[in-house]
Design a binder for this molecule. Structure first.
Ligand code: SF4
Length: 388
């Protein structure tokens, strides 16, 4: 068996890969274990901090696999304690990650929407004020790509266009950049892949990052959200340790869904629902269906009835996410009236579909996925993100 290719970024190697690499370097496997544990369990952020290994090995690591986190270039704190980050990698690629304090119990996947809706954000040329130490449980929302080619009509990241895949090390690195900034440890953490990008279009990077993350956090605390790249379900379903799965559905018929999510024309609902039914669920776990509710597009009682029928026999809960209006990036798109939101949720509940509604708490300076990147790129390049 050949040894795994070393990642250019040491954050992306699992413990087993570090052990294998140590053997490749004619060292005992435990040296690899020591390096992994120093980085991921003890929080070493530079080679010089890995004092468990001999100096000669530190020098080899320093020259061949230097450790580096992405730079915090934007920091938007909200009054509820959420912080939205703009992080830049060494090649100039910019991504978003969000820190959200608190915990509602269970693997919730809608906290990112919560953070988008939080009020009181600060936007300035400097990264912004550093938050205080993170209290108790919290969730970090991660990006998997530097843009997104899926182009959902309601999503600012989609408007910004496609980008490159993040490596496993870059995904883990963005998490550690956030943890370090809020002075938090991974112990009380939940992770959701609901930031920029479609995780299932970057299966190598995301599954590699999961291999690392599952050494420090339970799979039950990690959720991957997909727009429904049907052929990739089997790959993630076959993982020995699986994250929670969220599916961004947003419509209950192909015509409506394709108008909101062009990906539906490639992977229509019947195949997607089959893949959801085949997803292996451990005891006390269920799928999450995300449904962004948009006035006049997918919010009728007939939509709710169709959705309930569609999900019949699938062990899933529905997160109804009323659209965060954004006249700049999403002109003409409206949030439904409260009575419509309530009626939609009630129709699902009446059909015995578990449902929660994520209420917005006010406008945010960067209220939608990708908008922080848009604004940061705007100020950097002096252009409009919408015209890119
Ligand atoms: S909602 Fe997700 S999949 Fe759709 S364009 Fe935005 S980032 Fe991509």
């Amino acid at each position: 068996m050949t040894a795994p290719e070393p990642s250019p970024d040491p954050f992306g190697l699992s413990r087993a890969e570090w052990q294998s690499l140590a053997r490749d370097w004619q060292l005992p496997a435990y040296r690899g274990r020591q390096i992994f544990d120093a980085i991921h369990l003890r929080g070493a952020r530079s080679v010089s901090e890995i004092h468990e290994v001999p100096r000669s090995l530190r020098e080899k690591l320093g020259s061949e696999m230097p450790i580096g986190l992405p730079a915090v270039v934007r920091r938007e704190p909200s009054r509820d304690g959420s912080v939205k980050y703009g992080l830049r990698f060494s090649d100039g690629a910019l991504i978003e990650a969000v820190y959200m304090p608190g915990d509602g119990g269970g693997a919730r996947v809608n906290e990112f929407e919560d953070a988008r809706a939080a009020s009181g954000a600060v936007l300035s040329a400097a990264p912004g004020p550093k938050p205080g130490a993170a209290p108790g449980r919290f969730t970090v929302c991660l990006s998997s790509q530097t843009g997104c080619a899926v182009d959902c009509a309601f999503c600012v990241t989609g408007r910004l266009g496609g980008g490159r895949n993040l490596t496993a090390g870059e995904i883990v690195g963005q998490l550690y950049a956030v943890l370090d900034d809020v002075n938090a440890s991974a112990q009380e953490m939940r992770v959701v892949f609901m930031g920029m990008g479609e995780p299932f279009l970057n299966p190598d990077g995301v599954s590699g990052a999961l291999d690392v993350l599952f050494e420090v956090v339970s799979p039950r605390r990690v959720t991957v959200s997909t727009s429904g790249i049907t052929p990739v379900f089997a790959r993630f379903a076959s993982l020995k340790k699986r994250p929670n799965l969220a599916v961004s559905l947003n419509a209950a018929d192909d015509e409506t869904r394709a108008s909101l999510m062009p990906i539906d024309r490639t992977y229509p609902l019947d195949g997607l629902l089959r893949a959801m039914r085949e997803w292996p669920l451990e005891p006390r776990r269920r799928l999450t269906v995300e449904y962004v509710l948009i006035a006049g597009r997918n919010d009728s009682s007939a939509d709710a009835t169709r959705l309930a029928k569609l999900l019949s026999g699938i062990d899933a809960k529905v997160n109804v996410i009323p659209l965060n209006e954004d006249p700049l990036y999403l002109p003409g798109w409206k949030r439904p009236a409260e009575s419509v939101i309530d009626g939609f949720a009630a129709a699902l509940a009446g059909a015995r579909i578990p449902v929660t509604v994520r209420r917005s708490r006010g406008p945010d300076a960067s209220a939608a996925c990708g908008q922080l990147k848009g604004r940061t790129e705007d100020s950097r390049k002096g252009g409009s993100a919408r015209n890119r």
